[in-house]
Design a binder for this molecule. Structure first.
Ligand code: MOS
Length: 765
């Protein structure tokens, strides 16, 4: 199919531009701030995102959203919609093609597929949340589809719905697990630990619902050919999306191809499959035409879940010297019966501080809402707000420097798992950060610094995000003409995936960057569940590429050894290294042969290997995470309560930095999201009806340029010997600790402790 071919061509074949980037000439490509290989195509508008593909004969779909939280569609009148101009069909539960239930996410078995909810939608008259699609209108143009959708008339039989977090709290229960970890952990005795304490802090911290607002709203284009389904999708996970669709439509997985050349941000909201994708594929099948379904901003709020509201309690007991005698963190979050996701808000507390007595417990409530889901550092972002605010409260109560408090409670091994840390330089991150931020210039007493009407304060908080690596496959091909290609079904959401993967492969193969291509964003590239989530993707692919390159090198060496005249003829694998686009004996002047010479002599055009990395045994042996210290300064207007963030420094221990340019960008993005979480963002939710009331960027306030100061990012850049190339994840840690650093700075500026996000003017008046 030519359309698909053209699309895959555009998808990933971007090469670095040597003329524009002098760094390309340098040896050792890793660690250099290489420009994004797709940067120019994005700036010039050549990079195409899902909804931008011009698919011949495409029809456009629009959704009709339920306006009740629970009940049934008792009557649905589609006559006016059907008669509207350009309408091809109106699908309701009465004529929607049959689909199987989506496979609910299970991160231990991604081959099943990965959906955020296992509800089959539009298969009967039932309504499960306010915003659920109750009809899909397909027309010749988007405008015709949207107009016709507004003409569909729906009547409901309304059932009582559980939509109020507060009202349903008495029904909270302990889930069977939290992301595969125990929901309850008890070490020692809290009662004893609290009795032994000289100083105690016991507080409740509240965070609201947050919604996803990637710059590119979710979009799908689906077409069928000969019983095979092809889907262009804005997703973090082409492979699991394909698997999910295969299951829903009872297809051989080989007969589903999902393609995502570029993704305009995901943050967890494009991880699991959401209903609109399956609905688009279903109506395309029924009409035997390509169909495009591009969600409006409101559509994203209605059918894609966000971060749950949470109520967390932190109780700390400490002796006079600051050492914790007791550490309690309990959390209550909301989920749904069809999503069953307990956001892991207590996870940071499981690994950050030493205490002889620890109690951790998570509970959930089930609401009738759209399924909640991952959102950048799910768990850790809100968990660190509670924990790191409480640490600051304890430091105040002890009259101790908050950095010193963290230093005295630094554990020597993982407090829960009892395993050693692979590498943990949090104390050093604080030390270097404090120096750069001039922390010691701060006057410790709250409300002691002012600049006219502006009260000035500085705060710190710990950033933490665990290391994940999944066993995945990558294919490495080395061609006789000097080129190399790496293929794996990865996602590029703007992080710099292709850029760092090219740097890594070029380094391992010892060939120039501009000779390497990275092919990604296509579920057919390899049968392996690569996905961009949990800050895993770089490390996971690195490990697979490392294994595949080793296999390619062994094959090349075997070929070279067949030639008795080759300088490699008696060489063992352990005695060679890759450089100058070939294999050479170790040492600066070691003799060897170029890959192209070896291949030409063997009369081969290329050599290739598709290899799977081993399971993450390092995670069994070690406690592995990235750590950081967030330093921020705020200015609070004494009369209006307006909060401006005026300075920011993040000092980070994330192992090696593969590309400082794209890495800094990841951190800045995370911190900006943290500023939004702390100060402006909040999903306004009608607790009586279960409806989101601000589904637009006009009323859901994400930070804009004026809300964001210069953000300085400092990397310790010390490799973790147990991570591929020494690099741990960086995609999510930026948001962690950010809200607490702001809340702590606001306290320092004003003397007011705000324990409920967002910190709006009214809470400071
Ligand atoms: Mo992330 S919330 O795992 O995309």
């Amino acid at each position: 199919m030519s359309i698909l071919q053209g699309l895959i061509e555009t998808a990933a074949r971007f090469m670095p531009d040597k003329e524009r980037d002098p760094l390309l000439d340098r040896d050792g490509f890793l660690g250099h701030p290489l420009h994004r290989v797709d940067g120019r195509s994005k700036v010039k508008g050549e990079a195409r995102f899902t909804a931008e593909f011009e698919v011949p004969d495409v029809a456009h779909a629009a959704l009709v959203f339920s306006t009740i939280a629970k009940g049934r569609v008792s009557k649905i009148d589609t006559v006016r919609a059907r008669n509207a101009g350009g309408v091809l069909e109106v699908f309701t539960h009465q004529n929607m093609p049959r689909m199987k239930a989506p496979p609910l996410v299970d991160i231990t078995d991604l081959k099943k597929g990965m959906a955020a909810s296992d509800l089959p939608i539009l298969q009967d008259a039932s309504v499960h949340w306010d915003g659920q699609p109750v009809a899909v209108v397909v027309a010749e143009t988007l405008e015709q589809a949207e107009h016709a959708a507004s003409l569909v008339e729906v009547e409901y039989k309304i059932d009582a719905a559980a939509v109020s977090f507060d009202a349903i709290k008495p029904q909270a229960f302990v889930p069977s697990d939290v992301m595969g970890e125990p929901a309850v952990i008890e070490i020692g005795s809290m009662e004893k630990g609290m009795q032994e304490a000289d100083v105690r802090v016991d507080r409740v911290y509240l965070t609201p619902r947050y919604n996803h607002n990637a710059i590119e709203p979710h979009a799908t284009v689906a077409f069928w050919n000969d019983g095979r389904l092809t889907v262009l999708e804005s997703t973090q996970s082409v492979y699991t999306t394909a698997r999910s669709l295969a299951l829903i439509f009872k297809l051989d997985p080989e007969h589903v191809q999902v393609v995502a050349p570029f993704v305009g941000g995901g943050f967890g909201g494009k991880g699991g499959l959401w209903n609109h994708t399956a609905l688009c594929a279903a109506v395309a099948k029924a009409l035997q035409r390509p169909v495009k379904l591009s969600l409006s901003r409101e559509g994203v709020y209605r059918v894609v879940g966000g971060r749950t509201a949470a109520e967390q309690r932190i109780a700390l007991g400490a002796s006079r010297d600051g050492r914790l005698t007791a550490l309690l963190h309990t959390g209550l979050t909301a989920t749904t019966e069809h999503g069953r996701y307990a956001e892991q808000c207590t996870f940071p507390t499981r690994h950050l501080y030493a205490s002889p007595n620890i109690f951790i417990e998570q509970k959930v409530i089930n609401l009738h809402t759209v399924a909640n889901t991952w959102m950048r550092a799910p768990g850790e972002s809100i968990g660190t707000f509670a924990l790191e605010s409480a640490l600051d409260e304890l430091a105040s109560a002890l009259r101790m420097d908050p950095i010193q408090l963290r230093r005295v409670n630094e554990p020597v091994k993982d407090p829960i798992k009892n395993t050693p840390f692979s590498s943990r330089l949090l104390t050093e991150a604080y030390r270097q950060g404090a120096e750069k931020f001039a922390w010691n210039a701060r006057r410790p007493e709250p409300r002691s610094q002012r600049d006219g009407r502006w009260l000035v304060g500085q705060g710190v908080a710990t950033a933490y995000y665990p290391f994940f690596r999944f066993p995945v496959k990558a294919r490495v091909i080395v061609f006789a003409d000097g080129r190399a290609v790496v293929q794996t079904p990865a996602a590029e959401m703007g992080m710099g995936t292709a850029t760092v993967q090219i740097q890594h492969a070029a380094d391992r193969l010892g060939i120039p960057l501009e000779q390497v291509s990275f092919h990604y964003g296509d579920s057919h590239l390899a049968d392996t569940p690569v996905m961009a989530g949990g800050s895993n993707q770089t490390a996971s692919i690195f490990a697979a590429v490392q294994a595949a390159v080793e296999d390619v090198h062994r094959q090349l060496l075997a070929l070279a050894r067949k030639d008795p005249a080759s300088p490699l003829t008696a060489a063992k694998y352990e005695e060679i290294e890759a450089r100058n686009a070939g294999l050479y004996r170790l040492g600066a002047n070691g003799p060897g042969e170029a890959y192209s010479d070896i291949l030409r002599k063997a009369k081969l055009d290329f050599v290739e290997s598709e290899t799977e990395s081993g399971p993450p045994m390092e995670l069994m042996k070690y406690s592995m995470a990235s750590y950081g210290a967030q330093f921020c300064e705020v200015r609070v207007n004494e009369e209006t309560g307006e909060v401006r963030v005026s300075r920011w420094l993040c000092s980070l221990d994330c192992g090696s930095v593969v590309n400082p340019k794209t890495a800094i960008s990841q951190l800045r993005g995370g911190i900006i999201m943290g500023i939004g979480m702390a100060l402006t963002e909040e999903t306004l939710f009608d607790d009586r009806r279960g409806r989101i009331m601000n589904p637009s960027l006009a009323e859901y306030h994400i930070p804009v340029n004026l809300d964001v100061p210069d953000i300085e990012v400092h990397f310790l850049n010390i490799p973790d010997a147990h991570a591929p190339y020494g690099a741990r994840g960086i995609g999510e840690i930026g948001i962690t600790g950010a809200a607490a650093a702001i809340a702590n700075a606001v306290y320092h500026a004003t003397g007011k402790r705000v324990r409920e996000l967002p910190i709006t003017l009214d809470k400071l008046m």
